[in-house]
Design a protein around this ligand. Structure first.
Ligand SMILES: [Zn+2]
Length: 183
């Protein structure tokens, strides 16, 4: 068991592109174990290797409790995505204290390799599709807050900047769309 510290958007590594995995060896299996341990310690549902400082194209997902799957996905790539979109709140262990609405395709088909290097595909919808797309963005050096609608990004920019400076966000800004929904 090895719980690693999860990098926040203060860390430049989160903006770098991760490298493809070439060797399917015990190092990869250990990395995946550390990723599952680190994700579970923070009660996350998805994690990319870069979030524990390893710039390899590996992600883990645990959405078992939500009725989906748990697994590790190596060198994942998007094969297909539905034109139909979904709305939903998204958060990230690297952006602690903040969540916001982000449109994503409702359904995706992903190609990936398992821990032995076998080529596989997996399909997912709703929360699982969102998790795959979110974690694959990490592998390309992208963080969800940078994909928000410009207006929403502006509303949250104070909090985002605080996190980038390594500060805590105790009382996150309530975006306007949430207030509208509540009233
Ligand atoms: Zn994330």
């Amino acid at each position: 068991m090895a719980v690693k510290r999860i990098l926040t958007i203060q860390d430049e590594r989160l903006y770098q592109v991760s490298e493809a995995v070439q060797k399917f060896d015990s190092n990869l299996r250990n990395l995946v174990r550390d990723m599952f341990d680190s994700m579970a310690a923070e009660k996350g549902v998805g994690l990319a290797a870069v979030q524990i400082g390893v710039l390899k194209r590996v992600l883990v997902i645990d959405l078992i409790e939500k009725g989906f799957i748990k697994g590790a996905f190596v060198n994942p790539r998007l094969l297909e995505a539905s034109e139909e979109m979904q709305d939903g709140e998204e958060g990230c262990l690297s952006v602690p204290g903040l969540s916001a609405e982000l449109k994503r395709p409702r359904w995706v088909k992903i190609g990936y390799q398992d821990l032995s290097g076998n080529e596989k595909t997996v399909e997912g919808e709703m929360l699982l599709a969102r998790a795959f797309l979110h974690e694959m963005d990490h592998l390309d050096g992208k963080v969800f807050v940078d994909k928000l609608e410009p207006k929403l990004h502006k509303e949250l920019s104070g909090d985002i900047e605080r996190i980038k400076r390594g500060l805590r966000v105790e009382h996150p800004v309530e975006p306007k769309y949430r207030k509208k929904k509540a009233s």
